[in-house]
Write a protein that binds this ligand. Structure first.
Ligand code: C2O
Ligand code: CU
Ligand code: CU
Length: 489
């Protein structure tokens, strides 16, 4: 609670204090990140703020026109360090929320004011291959690109956007470039509910409060930040009731989010691509792998609770020191009548027909340095089907309109979230330690986690021609080779 005392100070007095201290030079500078944490000086907003929304510059019905400018900006995270240099879309962290409706025509101008090439990738959206912002289509520093696509008539869900250049995606995301997208279908079951949005990201700071240069050698299993942020805020407070729909995004590069709200239970109603067929039984905790999203409702009695991040061991086969739980937010929960729709079907989802085009993707790792231009000597490289990523090599092949049956295999010693571009898929079976399981109901996903030794079968229909990436969504693994190309003809 010591941490909260900080809230008494206004941002401006804190910044002023920081300047005076620096001028006097008598304030001890934290020498380690635990030190930085112990000094409890992370600026925390009192109450969870609403996400800033990207303005629709069009008045026409069914059309969205917007502008996203990526540039360097300064953010004051702690009271006794200088402002932190970040990179952000339209100067906000996370990037502005893009609110869309099914069937909309979307035109977004991306202005790259960064010092390096970048792209905007529309994670999970079925956009044409040349609008997908992949590594094959970089936007040079100082240049811009207009991304244009039309959403299908029937689509909904919580998606996101982030950079995807060939070099530097991990560093660009780590410094703040990522933002949420919501696609609403006014006809859907829970459309009338009030929403709460939790964009979760993690920030890594050095003892001086700066974002350290990306270190692929030490962060070979992905960069995790000490500061886990909710809508860009550290340990905020929020109020919630049982008739509220909560959308959660895991925008962390590598951190698995095992969320719990002790005293309450969590009912999952949606996943990456919107509502599932039905609500799942109430659970004490939920797990979101990097890149995944979820929609939930909270149930329980009124009261004040702590939203916790429970430890999740993503290296079950290695002996790593156990993590400790950490506080994410303070929640004031109010028990109200839960929406009636919860007990019935939430959404009709057509099962995809069995696919005859079998696509096999085996994730593996290899000791030794096969990295180019990354500096340092990472102890391992990450591969799919024995190869590291090559932009010009087509690894797998698919046909427009034909269902692909993906067999995704994790042949490594740690978890990996597997993501496929081009739209959403249906998980049909998991095989782990000889046990076959099928998901509890149909759902649309675009990112699926695999434990070591696990095989996941998914069905996916590519409805547009062109090149699509598939990769591990631990961003550092993607950059260290765990990515491949699918050619759709
Ligand atoms: Cu969210 Cu290819 O990425
Ligand atoms: Cu994607
Ligand atoms: Cu991975």
């Amino acid at each position: 609670m010591q941490r909260r005392q900080f809230l008494k100070y206004s941002l401006s007095s804190v910044m002023l204090a920081g300047v005076i201290r620096t001028a006097q030079g008598d304030e001890p500078v934290p020498t380690s990140v635990p030190d930085l944490l112990a000094q409890s000086d992370f600026i925390s907003g009192n109450s969870l703020r609403d996400l800033p929304i990207l303005k629709n510059e069009s008045n026409a019905k069914g059309e969205f026109i917007g502008t996203l400018t990526a540039s360097e900006c300064q953010k004051q995270f702690t009271s006794n360090t200088p402002p932190t240099t970040c990179q952000a879309y339209n100067d906000v962290l996370p990037g502005p929320l893009i609110e869309l409706e099914a069937g909309m025509k979307v035109r977004i101008t991306f202005v790259n004011n960064l010092g390096s090439p970048s792209t905007i990738h529309w994670h999970g959206l079925p956009v044409p291959s040349d609008q997908d912002g992949g590594p094959d289509d970089p936007v040079a520093p100082g240049a811009s690109k207009i991304y244009q696509f039309q959403l299908p008539e029937r689509i909904s869900g919580s998606y996101w956007y982030h950079p995807h250049p060939l070099e530097g995606s991990a560093q660009q995301i780590a410094t703040g470039l990522a933002g949420p997208i919501i696609i609403r279908d006014p006809q859907e079951t829970l459309a009338h509910l009030k929403e709460s949005h939790w964009v979760i990201s993690d920030l890594r700071l050095d003892p001086k409060g700066a974002i350290p240069a990306h270190n692929y050698a030490d962060w070979v299993d992905g960069r995790e930040g000490e500061f886990v942020l909710l809508n860009g805020q550290y340990q905020p407070t929020l109020t919630l009731n049982s008739a509220q729909r909560v959308r959660i995004w895991n925008m962390c590069s590598a951190r698995y989010l095992n969320l719990s709200l002790p005293g309450c239970q969590i009912i999952q109603v949606g996943s990456d691509g919107g509502l599932m067929e039905k609500a799942l039984p109430a659970q004490n905790d939920i797990l979101l792998a990097p890149g995944e999203r979820m929609e939930v409702l909270i149930t329980g009695n009124s009261g004040k609770f702590t939203l916790n991040l429970l430890p999740y061991n993503r290296y079950p086969m290695m002996s790593k020191p156990p993590q400790t739980a950490q506080e994410l937010a303070q929640v004031t929960f109010e028990k109200t009548a839960a929406p009636a729709a919860l007990s019935t079907a939430l959404r009709a989802i057509e099962p995809l027909p069995e696919g005859t085009n079998v696509l096999r993707a085996v994730m593996s790792e290899k000791m030794g340095d096969i990295m180019k231009n990354k500096g340092g000597t990472p102890p391992r490289a990450f591969l799919i089907n024995g190869k590291d990523f090559n932009l010009t090599r087509m690894d797998l092949h698919s046909e427009v309109g034909k269902v692909d049956h993906w067999q995704i295999i994790n042949a490594t010693t740690m978890d990996h979230p597997f993501h496929i571009h081009g739209g959403s898929f249906q998980v049909i079976q998991r095989v782990w330690r000889g046990q076959k399981t099928t998901p509890p109901c149909l759902a649309w996903k675009d990112t699926v986690n695999l434990q070591p030794g696990e095989t996941v079968h998914v069905l996916m229909l590519q409805d547009k021609p062109g090149m699509r990436m598939f990769h591990c969504h631990i961003i550092e693994h993607e950059e260290l080779g765990m990515m491949g190309n699918l050619m759709v003809v």
